[in-house]
Structures are given as structure tokens and as C-alpha cells.
Write a new protein. Structure first.
Length: 214
């Protein structure tokens, strides 16, 4: 590999390569496109924000949704700074009515949808299974699992043929200790299908992908 090719590959991997119009005309909704503030002078860019910026750089118009309105607006500001087009939506996906409103607002602003990136998720208690409570379990499941179903259900009527839905989340409910073997087993069993779900509207169904590999 030449030095020029190596530098080009590194820029692409680091998200610094210029857009090439690969998503021109696409209308995308990114759920979880904001980013939490952390105590870091040079914080890394999170998956949702990075995806929103790169989608727009490649020519897509993007609706960026997040539970934090300011975080979503900060992502949109980064898109606009590059000359892209994005729109911020504040939505708590644990609330079914908020999910319906989020999808409706995105479809209205974009004039339809060509794809979803579902990047939202939270972690469970730091004490593991022993520290789990019914309310905390329900909260995690509402955000990490039910919200994806609700978003997909709301979006199906407005998704164009050939659209894609990508579920992009790896979260840990309980730490893998001897006391948590049941939860750990379930996480290993489902991580491949739950980490990413890819829907092609033209295929008429859901196609689970094998990421991450077993």
C-alpha cells in the first residue's frame, strides 16, 4: 500500500475524509444522535453524533433525535458548520407517545424517510444482578428494547422502498460475575441479533445480521 493510500485510508477511518455524495438525497433519522457532556478537555465523538455528521457529509438530510435537546442541537450545529443539513428533535424514547411524535416530526421535516439508525441505550446498575430492581429493569428494557420496536412500528408507514433500519447498540445490563451467570448467558446468546437489525423494505421482512461476530 502506498503512503498516499495509507493516509487516505486513515482519514476515512478517522472520519476526516471529505464526503463523496454516497447518501445524496437520502432522508435519515438518527435516534440517539446527541452526546453526553463528560469531563474531558478533548472528548471523543460518540457513535450517534459521528454517524449524523458523516451521513450529512455524504449528502443525506438528517433528523437528529436525542433525549437531550441541547445535545441534539450541538450535533446539528456541527453538521451545519460543514455545510450539511440537519434538524434537532428532543424525544424521550421511553415514552411511547414521544416516539410517535419523533417519527412524525422527522418524516414531516424530511418529506419521508429512507432509513433509521437506532443508537439509543442505557446501562443497568453498577452492582450487577444483585442490585437490579423491577423499576430499573423496566426502565432499561423500555429504552434499550421497546423503544426500537416502537420507532420501527411508527416509521414503517413512511419508509420508502429499499429503506434500512439499523440497530446499533451494545449495552451491558449486569457485570459478568459468578452471581450473574444467567444474565451473562442471555447477553452472549442475544448479542449478535440484538446488536444490529437490518431491514430492507423491498425484502418484506427483517434480516438479522451477524454483528458482532460470536
Amino acid at each position: 500500500m502506498t503512503e498516499e493510500a495509507r493516509c487516505s485510508f486513515f482519514d476515512e477511518s478517522a472520519g476526516r475524509a471529505p464526503g463523496r455524495g454516497r447518501l445524496a438525497g437520502r432522508r435519515l433519522l438518527v435516534v440517539g444522535g446527541g452526546q453526553r457532556e463528560i469531563d474531558d478537555a478533548d472528548p471523543p465523538v460518540g457513535n450517534g453524533r459521528a454517524a449524523t455528521i458523516l451521513y450529512a457529509r455524504e449528502g443525506a438530510r438528517v433528523a437528529c433525535a436525542d433525549v437531550s435537546g441541547p445535545a441534539a442541537m450541538a450535533t446539528v450545529a456541527a453538521v451545519v458548520e460543514e455545510g450539511g443539513e440537519a434538524f434537532a428533535i428532543d424525544a424521550d424514547v421511553a415514552d411511547p407517545s414521544a416516539v410517535e411524535d419523533m417519527v412524525a416530526r422527522a418524516a414531516d421535516w424530511l418529506g419521508g424517510l429512507d432509513g433509521l439508525l437506532l443508537n439509543v441505550g442505557v446501562s443497568g446498575p453498577p452492582l450487577g444482578l444483585a442490585g437490579e430492581t423491577p423499576d430499573e429493569w423496566d426502565r432499561v428494557m423500555a429504552i434499550n428494547l421497546r423503544s426500537h420496536m416502537l420507532t420501527c412500528r411508527a416509521a414503517l408507514p413512511v419508509l420508502a422502498d429499499g429503506s434500512s433500519i439499523v440497530l446499533w447498540r451494545r449495552s451491558r445490563v449486569c457485570a459478568p460475575t459468578a452471581a450473574n451467570r444467567l444474565t451473562t448467558h442471555r447477553r452472549r446468546r442475544y448479542r449478535g441479533s440484538a446488536a444490529m437489525l437490518h431491514r430492507k423494505a423491498m425484502s418484506g421482512g427483517f434480516v438479522p445480521t451477524s454483528w458482532p461476530p460470536a
